[in-house]
Design a protein around this ligand. Structure first.
Ligand code: ADE
Length: 230
C-alpha cells in the first residue's frame, strides 16, 4: 500500500521531511517527490504548489508515475462554517470546486458540465474514519467533517464567504482539494483532505494566514502522521 501525501506549500510538508527518516528524492515535472518510509508505511511526499492545476497534475503523476494507492492531502484552509476557529480541523467528506461556473448554460454553480460523474467528489470512507479518529486524539481543538470547497482564489472577503455559504454546503475553503479529489476519482483512487483552519476567509484573512499558517500546517501534518502510525 503506497500512500501519497500532498501539501501545497513547503510549510505543509516540512513536518514529514524533518522526521529524521531519509527519503529518496526524485524530480518529475515541477515536483520533488520524496519516496521513503514513515512509521512502517510506504510513502511519497510532495509539495504540489498552489492552485487546482498544480494539484491535479500532481495527483495524476503520483498515481501513474509513482503508483500511489491512496492520497492524503494535508494543509490549511479558511473557515466558512461559523463555529470553526483558527486551529480547528476539517476532515473532508467530499470536495467541490466553488469557482467552476457554467450557469449561463444552465448548469449549477460548482457543477462540472457534461461530466459523467458527481461534481461533489466523495472522499473515501475508510480514510475519513482514520483521519477523524487521528484528529480526535489531538485534543483541545474542534474536529469537523464536511465538504471542502476549492477555487483558484484566496478568499478574504466576508461577502464572498456569505455567498459561498449560501450557494454551497462547504465548511472551509482552500485552493487544491477538489482538484485532487477530481483527479483521484477519475482514476478510482481513494483520497481524503485534512485541513487545519488558518483564517476565517474574511477581511483579516491575509494577516491571520500569515500568523497561523505554520502552526495550522503542522497540526494537520501531525494528524496524517497519527493516521500512518495506526
Ligand atoms: N487557504 C487558507 N486560507 C485560505 C483562504 N482564505 N482562501 C483560500 N485558500 C486558503
Amino acid at each position: 500500500m503506497k500512500t501519497a501525501i500532498i501539501g501545497a506549500m513547503e510549510e505543509e510538508i516540512s513536518y514529514f521531511l524533518a522526521s529524521g527518516e531519509s527519503f529518496e528524492e526524485v524530480k518529475k515535472a515541477h515536483l520533488t517527490l520524496y519516496k521513503g518510509n514513515l512509521h512502517g508505511q510506504d510513502v511519497i511526499i510532495t509539495r504540489c504548489g498552489v492552485g487546482k492545476v498544480n494539484a491535479a497534475v500532481t495527483t495524476q503523476i503520483l498515481i501513474d508515475y509513482c503508483g500511489a494507492d491512496r492520497i492524503v492531502f494535508t494543509g490549511v484552509a479558511g473557515a466558512l462554517h461559523k463555529e470553526l476557529e483558527v486551529g480547528d480541523i476539517v476532515v473532508s467528506t467530499a470536495c467541490q470546486q466553488h469557482d467552476l461556473d457554467a450557469s449561463p448554460l444552465g448548469f449549477k454553480k460548482g457543477e462540472v458540465p457534461m461530466f459523467d460523474g458527481p461534481s461533489v467528489f466523495p472522499a473515501d470512507e475508510t480514510l475519513i474514519k482514520s483521519a477523524y479518529t487521528a484528529a480526535e486524539t489531538v485534543g483541545g481543538v474542534q474536529v469537523m467533517k464536511g465538504i471542502v470547497l476549492s477555487g483558484d482564489q484566496f478568499v478574504a472577503d466576508r461577502d464572498l464567504v456569505n455567498e459561498l455559504s449560501d450557494t454551497f454546503n462547504g465548511v472551509c475553503v482552500e485552493m487544491e482539494g477538489a482538484a485532487v479529489a477530481h483527479a483521484a476519482m477519475v482514476n478510482r483512487i481513494p483520497y481524503v483532505v485534512i485541513r487545519s483552519i488558518s483564517d476565517k476567509a474574511n477581511g483579516e484573512a491575509a494577516e491571520s494566514f500569515t500568523s497561523f499558517v505554520n502552526k495550522a500546517a503542522k497540526r494537520s501534518a501531525a494528524i496524517v502522521e497519527r493516521m500512518l502510525k495506526k
